[in-house]
Ligand binder design. Structure first.
Ligand code: ACO
Length: 367
């Protein structure tokens, strides 16, 4: 029997996160996600995923310092980014820049310091490229700002508001890790060949880019803008479903109920923007889309996934839609690297099989 897309196949044991798709539950290293977003900062959650335990105050400060010490882009990295054509999309830029980071410092066996370095670098790569595209001076990282505040600062060139930092931090913590998703699987497959951590993350970035995975939030904005322009929620959704199109921000391989990350982001968004035209539209679209998905795809249990309200959160903190997937990448790199470390601890190369459905030619080749 073939499991297309490896649906339902358990390919590894992990102690990094647990997802209960029927209950709508997500757990990082034993802790419920709602507890983590309420009580932890980005660095604490990252420490938990990498080390398996929450840090004490000294360990937390040490991690913050290590992240700060690794934020600077080298001259050669800046030159490489400068030379990429302006038309190249941000995910391709990240993939190229991360790949260019490869050196002996990342040779097998991977360690946490490599994970910290890559996590620290990603916001700088994104912000450097963004400033170049916008024709603005690059805002170098600021020592006194923690990871998320510094990321927003580098993107905007000014100190972000507390509310914006908190909203983005909630999003980034919620998306740090999510089991054996497509990009994490890519990272683990690459690591399983005893290739280096940079190669594993480069594979993962390429996988993240696709619209069925990390590329969905921009699709959500397109959907909402489409609806707004046409002035009809039901008309647009019905047409898309009749044409066999997927509604971006809905459905999930694992969740067969509400994605808990989507619920948490919806709450955060309400807190952040209060009454807002965009949020009101998103709520109406969610309700109508769930109703129509049940009509067109009965029995499939399709609800919003994390990307639906992620798009609205990122819009609320005034990030351009071209930065949505890159921002997701800047958080998910923590999960990827945690999985690479776990894979390295008990490695078996991934090598599934395929079933040949081609023909067998009876005569020999006669040229
Ligand atoms: N819109 C319309 N129909 C959908 C959607 C959707 N968003 N999602 C699933 N369906 C349909 C499928 O077409 C399928 O119909 P069928 O049984 O008639 O063939 C049925 O529901 C079951 O869905 P699958 O495709 O089997 O679900 P799968 O687990 O393979 O895919 C996926 C999950 C890729 C997320 C899918 O729901 C999708 O494409 N959603 C839209 C893109 C999106 O939002 N991606 C972000 C996911 S979250 C993340 O990656 C971080």
């Amino acid at each position: 029997m073939i499991a297309k897309g490896l649906k339902g196949i358990v390919a590894a044991e992990t102690s990094i996160s647990h997802i209960d798709g029927n209950e709508g539950r997500l757990v990082y290293r034993g802790y419920e996600i709602a507890d983590i977003t309420e009580k932890c900062c980005f660095e604490e959650a990252a420490y938990l995923l990498w080390y398996g335990v929450l840090p004490d105050e000294t360990q937390l400060q040490q991690l913050k310092t290590e992240l700060k010490n690794n934020r600077q882009l080298s001259g050669s990295m800046k030159t490489i980014i400068d030379q990429l054509p302006p038309s190249m999309d941000m995910m391709s830029v990240i993939r190229t820049a991360v790949s260019a980071e490869g050196s002996a410092a990342y040779s097998w066996k991977p360690d946490v310091s490599q994970a910290i370095r890559l996590t620290a670098l990603l916001p700088s790569i994104i912000a450097y490229r963004n400033s170049m595209l916008e024709g603005k001076r690059y805002s170098e990282p600021v020592e006194s700002f923690d990871h998320v505040e510094n990321y927003l600062y580098m993107l905007k060139g000014e100190k972000p508001t507390r509310a914006h930092v908190e909203a983005l931090e909630t999003y980034m913590i919620l998306t740090l890790e999510h089991g054996m998703n497509a990009s994490t699987f890519s990272a683990r497959v690459t690591a399983s060949t005893e290739s280096d951590m940079v190669s594993a993350v480069t594979s993962a970035v390429g996988t993240m880019k696709g619209p069925l995975h990390g590329g969905a939030p921009s699709g959500v904005i397109d959907l909402l803008e489409n609806i707004s322009a046409e002035g009809t929620v039901e008309g647009v959704i019905r047409r898309k479903l009749q044409n066999g199109e997927k509604l971006m921000g809905f459905g999930h391989r694992v969740y067969k109920t509400h994605d808990p990350r989507s619920l948490a982001l919806k709450d955060k968004l309400r807190e952040l923007v209060g009454n807002d035209e965009w949020l009101d539209l998103a709520l109406i679209v969610e309700e109508k889309a769930v109703e129509l998905l049940a009509e067109f795809k009965p029995g499939r249990s399709l609800y919003t996934n994390v990307e639906f309200y992620a798009a609205a959160i990122m819009k609320a903190v005034q990030l351009e839609s071209s930065l949505f997937t890159p921002t997701f990448t800047a958080s998910r790199v923590v999960g990827w690297t945690a999985h690479v470390l776990e894979q390295a601890e008990d490695n078996t190369i991934y090598r599934p099989q395929s079933e040949y459905v081609g023909t067998f030619v009876k005569s020999s080749i006669n040229l």
